[in-house]
Structures are given as C-alpha cells and as structure tokens.
Design a protein around this ligand. Sequence first.
Ligand code: PGA
Length: 264
Amino acid sequence: MAVSRVPLIAGNWKMNLDHLQAIATVQKLAWTLKDANHDFDAKGSEVAVFPPFTDLRSVQTLVSADKLDVVYGAQDVSEHDSGAYTGEISGAFLKALECTYVIIGHSERRTLHGETDEQLARKVAAAIRHGLVPVLCVGETAEDLEQHGPSAVPVAQLRAALEGLSGSPDIVVAYEPVWAIGSGQAATPEQAEQVAAKLRETLAELFGQETADATRILYGGSVKASNIASLMREPNVDGALVGGASLDVAEFASIARFQKHVGT
Ligand code: PGA
C-alpha cells in the first residue's frame, strides 16, 4: 500500500460480546498492542473495534479514561437525525459517544434487512453530516461473480452510495466479497487487489485523484493472522475489516501487527 495511507485494521464484532465482555476485550486488546510496541505513527496501523450499540458507552468510558490507543465505531446508523423512528440510532448519538467510524451497508444489513443502495446513500450522508467516517461495505455474491465478474457489482454499489456527495468526503471503503465472509475462504491477494484498484479508479472519477489516493480501501472476508500479510502487500489494500477473528484478542492483535509478518 502507499505510504501516505495509515492502514486501518477494523474488528466488526457483529452481534457478539455484551458491554461487560466489551470492556474486558478492549482492555486486553489495548494491553496486547502496547506490549508489542504497537503505535500510531506512519509505520503502525490504526486499530478500530465495532461493538454492538449497547457496548459503546462502556467502550467510550474505558478508552477515554485509560487513553487507550484504540478507536471505535458503530455497526450501523439511521438515515434520520431524530424523531419517530423506533429502534433507530442517530448519528448524533454516535458522535456524542465519540465514535470515529460507522459501518454502512454490511452485506448482512443488505441481505437480512433489505437495505437498498438508495437507503445506504442516505446513511452515508447522515454519517458525514454528524462528523462520522462511514466505512462503506461493497461486495459481490458468488452468483454475481459468476454472472458479472468480480468488480461490476462492488463498483455499482460504490457509485450508488457515494454519487450524491461532493468535494473530498472522508470515507473508508471495505471490499467484502459476500462469498468470503465467514466462509474461511478469503479472496486471494490478487482478487482483492483487482477489485480494490477498480474501486479506487471509481473514487477518482467521482471525487478526483487526490481524494481517491487518500481514501483507505479495506479488504474483508475471512481475514486471519495467517493471510493478512499477503493481502497487505497489495498496493490498493489499505487494511482489513475483520469479523470472526476480531473476537479473539490474540488473533486480532496479531492481524493488527501485520507489518511484523510482511516480508516473512
Ligand atoms: P469474517 O467477516 O472475517 O468473519 O469473514 C467479515 C465481515 O463480515 O466484516
């Protein structure tokens, strides 16, 4: 990856770990990273966790009291700011809890909750409105891959979610092939790079080369300590969105320290 982009290693806990488990997990993660002399300079990576909504206040309290080198975000956000939307969470509330990021359009939201590209575009706009950095997930199913090739669907999803934005939006894109999520079968580094490069080209078309060059593109889908280094060697892969392996602190910390295994 290009030197100017700080790698982002993001752990999506999905519906796992309550607020007490979150405290123990984040504490252990911060200690493990510290022991390993992890830092946030250009050589290090930024480490983020995405716990369930009900954990966020506890995580905020811990991270701010102990000044931990871990940032955090939510797994979803409402497109609305306030009002009669039972069960929804406003970006304003996430900002008040000092969330840095919010995941938008994870394939589980798209498929299990029927979230459409149009709705996701409104969620991206809501995140930006509240000063949160959207981590926009895009990715093709196995069927899409067979019918349209690897990049057509992710590129179309990216366009649909971002087309309404102007200027140089501060966003993160996560390429997550649906067939790789939770399957144990990650994309090869070449496959991840091919799509990430197309996504960057599309960002350049939408917002100019400078913004495209500054935007981090993550790969997600069965990332583990054993495959992160080879993925991170690709020039357009700037980090990872990690599901299952983020629940195991030792494994996740090892992923965050991928630089230690690059070149090995
Ligand atoms: P996985 O999930 O790492 O368990 O494949 C990735 C994700 O869903 O973000």
